[in-house]
Each structure stands twice: as C-alpha cells, then as structure tokens.
Design a protein around this ligand. Structure first.
Ligand SMILES: NC(=O)c1ccc[n+]([C@@H]2O[C@H](COP(=O)([O-])OP(=O)(O)OC[C@H]3O[C@@H](n4cnc5c(N)ncnc54)[C@H](OP(=O)(O)O)[C@@H]3O)[C@@H](O)[C@H]2O)c1
Length: 261
C-alpha cells in the first residue's frame, strides 16, 4: 500500500495558544495583520526560519494546505455564482485536466484549500502556486461549474464534508504529493488532529496574550472523548529570542496502548 503524504503543521500563536485576534477578523486583513505582527517585536538574535523552505528541502514538500476559514470569514457572504445548467453528474468527479496539470508554475507547489461549502472565490493567481480545491459530494454544483470554467483543479473526497484522510491519500495517488504543509487555522488543524493525520508541528509563540473564549486556537475541532488519550509529542528543537518569541518543533508520537503511561 502506498504511504500517505507526510503532514506538517506550521502555526503562529499567542502565548495562550490563540491563532487569531477574534473569531471573524481574518489575519490577512488590516488592522488584524498589523496588530498580529506587533505581537512579535524584532530582535537582533531572532533566527529567521523559513519553515516552508525547510520542509521543501527535507521532504520534497509540494503542497500547502489552508482551510476556507483563512480566506473567508464565517460572517461573509461570498459573491453569487451563475447557476450551473449542465448535467451535474460529471461535475462530481475529480477535475484534473492534463493541460492544466502539465503547465505547472516554475516553483511548483499546490496551494490547496478545503472548501466543501464552495465559499472561496479565486480572484488572485500566484505565479509560483497551482490551485487545488478539496470538495465533497455536498459541494454546490454552481461552485464546481465555476471551478471548471476557471480551470481550477479539484478533488471530490467525501460526502457531507471533505474526508481529510481520503483527501490526503488522493493528493498522493492522483498528484504525486509526498508532503503537505498545513498553514491553516484551528478548525482545519483540529480536524487533521482528530483524523490522526499530523506528523509534525512547527509552533511559533509570540510573547503576547489574546484571550477570548471562541477565538480560534492552535487545535480546535471536536473535543476529546472522556478517557481518550491526548496526542503526545516529541520535542525536536526549541529556540527563543531576546524579544520573547519561542519556536518549537515537535514530532507526533504514535504509540501503542502498551507504551502509554
Ligand atoms: N496564526 C496562524 O498561524 C494562522 C494560520 C491560519 C489561519 N489563521 C487565522 O485563523 C482563523 C481561521 O481559523 P478557523 O479555525 O476559523 O478556520 P480553518 O482553520 O480554516 O477551519 C475551517 C476549515 O476547516 C474545514 N474543516 C473543519 N472541520 C472539518 C472536518 N471535521 N472535516 C473536514 N473539514 C473540516 C472547513 O471545511 P468546510 O468549510 O468544508 O466545512 C474549513 O475549510 C482566521 O482568523 C485566520 O486568519 C491563523
């Protein structure tokens, strides 16, 4: 059986584990982007670590992963799409046209987004990224029709929602992806955790507190069942700078029941 791609999570959080300032303010928009950056003051001894470059060199990482929540806030109503009036049957098959796949960007990297509700509008393209959307059988036909018109690749992996285990496996078998770097927020990272798909975690902690019940954190998703073991980690490296930022790199420990305390 083919090994699934490695999944590495890369996330920046406040010292209390929050990955955003509040639920509905995306970090990519001002003023949140500036407020967030202000939590990590420059320090002469800070080591600039490019996690993407490091996983690319180490594992040949060729996909990054985002949730729709990084690009569209929950209270935003995305622009209406034209009604799809063709036969919807063929829409619910993977869309990986050869001409698109063969015209890969110079620094090829799949920019992958989980979006079963069809909320992301692809208004920007990046010369070094190739877009890939993970959708489900519940995804509106209008959205899949839109992705096809825009020549954006997608994989249909799941029924009500994207089945993350199937999605990661399909990225390996259909596209030859060997390693995925998740730059997502707590919703998607928490779901990856529950699906036991995370292999490594790069966590950068800013010397600041955000607080707030409901503010996205490093790993959200469904709670542990009573009596269920938390996921244990092995520390691979730890660095701090004079301004108080801390960088931690962990591997996920996969133990049998007998090894557990
Ligand atoms: N500090 C950082 O490093 C960092 C990084 C990224 C984002 N952020 C910030 O974090 C916030 C977004 O975080 P968020 O937690 O709201 O969004 P998120 O991480 O994008 O989580 C929502 C996404 O996860 C998917 N998802 C959630 N549970 C799932 C499951 N069980 N199975 C399959 N898919 C599942 C959703 O899919 P469906 O839509 O299909 O349901 C959606 O695409 C934003 O403010 C953003 O700016 C911070």
């Amino acid at each position: 059986m083919q090994k699934r791609p490695r999944v590495v999570v890369n996330v920046e959080a406040s010292a209390d584990g929050k990955v955003a300032l509040t639920r509905n303010a995306l970090l990519m928009h001002r003023p949140s982007s500036e407020l967030w950056a202000s939590m990590t003051p420059q320090s002469p001894d800070s080591v600039a670590i490019d996690v993407m470059e490091s996983v690319r060199q180490r594992y040949g990482c060729n996909a990054v992963l985002e949730g729709s929540g990084s690009l569209v806030s929950e209270d935003e109503i995305p622009a209406r799409l034209p009604t799809y009036d063709g036969d919807p049957v063929g829409l619910y098959e993977h869309f990986l046209p050869v001409d698109v796949i063969e015209q890969r960007s110079p620094l090829h990297m799949w920019f992958t987004v989980v979006d079963s509700r069809g909320r992301v509008r692809w208004t920007e393209r990046h010369e070094n990224w190739d877009a890939l959307v993970l959708v489900a059988r519940s995804t509106p036909a209008d959205y899949l029709g839109y992705l096809r018109r825009e020549r954006i690749c997608y994989l249909v992996v799941g029924e009500e929602r994207v089945d993350l285990s199937r999605a990661v496996a399909a990225m390996g078998t259909e596209l030859g992806v060997t390693c995925i770097l998740s730059n997502a927020g707590g919703g998607l990272n928490g779901a990856l955790l529950r699906a036991d798909l995370i292999d490594e975690l790069h966590l950068k902690l800013a010397p600041a507190l955000v607080g707030g019940l409901g503010t996205p954190s490093v790993m959200d998703g469904s709670p542990l069942a009573v009596g269920e073991f938390p996921t244990r980690l092995q520390l691979l490296s730890a660095q701090s700078d004079a301004a108080g930022a801390v960088r931690l790199h962990y591997a996920v420990r996969r133990e049998s029941g007998a090894e557990r305390p």
